[in-house]
Design a protein around this ligand. Structure first.
Ligand SMILES: [Zn+2]
Length: 68
């Protein structure tokens, strides 16, 4: 028997950086993709752009400013 009454444990969680910034929802079924880059949280109705999609990973470890 599996324990299903555990609300704090998402069944199919998305990446932490994709979680709802408002309520922290991570359950895949509660996060609906509106288009290619926007997600609507069904729990608090927040529309946001998941960080994972937002930022292209920097290719190299490029320091943008050296402390003078
Ligand atoms: Zn939310």
């Amino acid at each position: 028997m599996t324990s299903r009454g555990n609300e704090s444990e998402p069944i199919d969680p998305v990446a932490p950086e994709d979680a709802c910034p408002q309520c922290g929802e991570r359950e895949c079924d509660e996060l609906i993709w509106l288009d290619d880059e926007r997600v609507e949280c069904q729990r608090c109705k927040t529309v946001y752009r998941p960080a994972a999609k937002d930022l292209p990973a920097p290719a190299g470890g490029q320091a943008d400013a050296s402390p003078e």
